[in-house]
Design a binder for this molecule. Structure first.
Ligand SMILES: [Mn+2]
Length: 457
């Protein structure tokens, strides 16, 4: 990689991302940890999200006036990561001007039309082809001076047969085809076909991997697509392990607490920093949502003491949360996520769905929250249909949905095509094909371990 030229690598952005179908903890932990990496380490870290924001998170972000993190769903390198916005000339300008650019960029002068669309490129090769064409057969033209030559409009010496790509084009989708073609440089254009930059073939061969930190998950099935093409720097999580090997050693923190927001906040406290009120408010939302305001069995004393610290940072005068208490804030957050019966069944089964694999069986468990689990009635049939579609679309062996009553602290569980092993589940069958799981509110700590142990017998 040439270190001194205009094509040297840009300084790397670190993307801090939660899981797909992001919940509030995932968005909060990504936002809070990106802030800490920038504040503590001076890193160029930004929060990203692996999917659309759920209604509860949207409610919190709006209240706190925080923009949703950048949407990043795929780690495969794209043209934008190697493109350079080189200076350009219009076709009527002299070759002299193109030559100035070409000599600074190491051999490429983009020629761009007045309307912003690419015309062609002047390169060493296009200059040679041009000279061969004009003076080859005409002995007289050989007496032309360099000054006269450089006076010619650069359109005459530009190569116009150059492939064009969008910044979002994945490099791996086109690189093999491009290697077989003659062109060594490519245009990158926007959706209106206007010039954005130039990419050289050599930059496509070993594009920089995007740097990624995973929070609130560690299983590749729950992460952005093509994670193996990224440079994974770190994992910060509170779920069961289900990760593949990495190329390099990474920082890996998995701890038994109620939320990843707890782990992020503990790290902020450890170095004597305090999160700004809005970010503290978002972390507190993640913590209260994941622990169902400390009522989930996943809750630990560390979550409670961390929540006190976040409340102290967040509920300050001038903050959007200045009149709140932990309880009042938590109840508003839980309520914003529990509009179950007003949502389409397809949305309910997709919003907080996680995929797993155990004993060669692929399955998904979705979770939804409501404030009255007994009042589901006819809705159950529609949920089951939506769950069946979800199973088919994702090529799964079975799918489940737990509908958790956050007030009573129990769940209704339904399955589509469950394996016979799940007949042993210790829950009460109800007439409509669902089960009542008294005291079960946590997918991670209560439902999933039982399912895994039954499957892996
Ligand atoms: Mn979480």
């Amino acid at each position: 990689m040439d270190k001194t030229s205009v094509f040297k690598r840009k300084s790397d952005t670190i993307y801090v991302t939660g899981h797909i179908n992001p919940d509030t903890d995932s968005i909060a932990a990504a936002t809070g940890y990106a802030w800490l990496l920038s504040e503590r380490d001076g890193a160029n870290a930004i929060a990203s999200r692996a999917g659309s924001i759920n209604p509860q998170t949207a409610y919190v972000l709006k209240w706190l006036e925080i923009d949703p993190p950048l949407l990043v769903t795929d780690a495969s390198p794209r043209f934008e990561s190697v493109m350079r916005r080189l200076d350009a000339v219009t076709p009527d300008r002299s070759l002299n001007e193109a030559w100035t650019i070409l000599s600074r960029t190491g051999g490429i002068a983009p020629v761009v039309n007045l309307d912003g669309t690419p015309f062609g490129m002047v390169t060493g090769k296009s200059m040679f082809d041009f000279l061969r064409k004009i003076i080859g057969p005409h002995a007289k033209l050989r007496e032309m001076t360099i000054a006269e030559l450089l006076d010619i409009p650069c359109r005459e010496a530009a190569n116009t047969d150059i492939p064009r790509f969008q910044p979002q084009t994945r490099i791996k989708d086109v690189v093999n085809r491009l290697l077989r073609q003659e062109a060594n440089e490519y245009w990158v254009v926007d959706e209106n076909k206007r010039y954005l930059g130039v990419v050289r073939q050599q930059d496509l061969l070993n594009p920089p991997r995007i740097k990624v930190v995973l929070v609130d998950h560690n299983e590749p099935q729950q992460s952005i697509a093509n994670l193996e093409e990224s440079e994974l720097l770190e994992i910060l999580d509170h779920h069961r392990l289900g990760n593949q090997s990495t190329h390099n050693p990474i920082k890996f923190t998995v701890d038994i607490v109620g939320s990843t927001s707890t782990l992020v906040t503990e790290q902020i406290m450890e170095v004597g920093l305090s999160a700004p009120p809005r970010i503290a408010g978002l972390l507190l939302a993640g913590l209260l949502s994941d622990t169902l305001i400390f009522s989930s069995p996943t809750t630990t004393p560390r979550d409670k003491s961390t929540a006190e610290v976040l409340a102290r940072w967040a509920f300050v005068p001038g903050s959007p949360l200045e009149d709140e208490t932990i309880q009042s804030y938590g109840q508003k957050i839980i309520k914003a996520g529990s509009g179950l019966l007003t949502q389409e069944p397809e949305v309910v089964v997709k919003t907080d769905m996680k995929k797993y694999e155990a004993a060669g069986i692929q399955f998904a468990i979705a979770q939804a929250e409501t404030t009255d689990v007994y009042d589901i009635g006819d809705y159950m049939g529609r949920l089951k249909e939506a769950l069946d579609d979800l199973k088919t679309q994702n090529g799964l062996d079975f799918a489940g949905l737990m509908i958790t009553d956050v007030v009573k602290g129990s769940s209704r569980v339904i399955f589509v095509d469950p394996p016979a092993a799940l007949d042993e589940l210790p829950y009460t069958p109800l007439g409509d094909g669902s089960f009542l799981a008294e005291g079960v509110v946590s997918r991670k700590k209560q439902l999933l371990p039982i399912i895994l142990s039954l499957l892996e017998v």
